[in-house]
Design a protein around this ligand. Structure first.
Ligand code: AMP
Length: 216
């Protein structure tokens, strides 16, 4: 099964992708996570990507297509995968089509997480994760039960993404509307686009996504 999760920053793609991976074993491929790992490791790609990411701009198609095309060749992707944050431009989508057809694979569904722009800046600027187990939290609406202690693993250290600040989020939203939103008609035309209400509770969004995935 090959699935794409599509939506603006803060729509909940990462949270839902982790839940789907846990439930179905479908491997989550997040280009954002891969790029952050490259930045952290100070690789050549990471050094180039950092400038774009810090500015809230999209990293070049060439870089992300290169990363994904190598990643999907790996053994753990053999049974399918869940793309989180890729593709983000029509050029990336057409490159993905070519990659899949070369491997005789088909895209099963593109799940659009529909959210109001007004909610996104708060969602993104307030979010943080456990540095140990990566569980996600939010300053106002998803605090750990014990103050400063991760509910899942008891760790007391948390991370905030460098690009989750107000200024960068506005640029990332602009990039979404101008460069990524054109993927909606692209996948609608291909007959694979499904929508979920991303403003619903996290559990409810999971329920909506599972209802779609149960058809495959
Ligand atoms: P994300 O974790 O998906 O929010 O991505 C964080 C940042 O990584 C984005 O703001 C972009 O700068 C970069 N990025 C991630 N995925 C892509 C992609 N498919 N195309 C271009 N840039 C990307």
């Amino acid at each position: 099964m090959i699935i794409i999760l599509l939506g603006p920053p803060g729509a909940g793609k990462g949270t839902q992708a982790q839940r789907i991976q846990k439930k179905s074993g479908l491997i989550q491929l997040s280009t954002g996570d891969m790029l952050r790992a490259a930045v952290h490791a100070k690789t050549k790609v990471g050094m180039i990507a950092k400038e774009y990411m810090d500015a809230g701009k999209l990293v070049t198609d060439e870089i992300v297509v290169g990363i994904i095309s190598e990643r999907i060749m790996e053994e753990d992707c053999r049974k399918g995968f869940l793309l989180d944050g890729f593709p983000r431009t029509v050029k990336q989508a057409t490159a993905l089509d070519v990659m899949l057809s070369e491997k005789s694979l088909t895209l099963d569904a593109v799940i659009e997480m529909r959210v109001n722009d007004d909610a996104l800046v708060d969602r993104v600027t307030g979010r943080y994760t456990c540095s140990e187990c990566n569980e996600g939290y939010h300053d106002s609406n998803l605090k750990p039960k014990g103050d400063g202690i991760c509910d899942v693993c008891g760790n007391t250290n948390f991370n905030r993404r460098a690009d989750d600040n107000r200024e960068t989020v506005v640029s990332r939203l602009e990039a979404y509307h101008s460069l990524t939103a054109p993927l909606l008609p692209y996948y609608e035309k291909a007959g694979v686009l499904k929508g979920v209400d991303g403003m619903a509770s996290i559990d409810d969004v999971t329920f909506q996504i599972n209802a779609i995935l149960d058809n495959f």
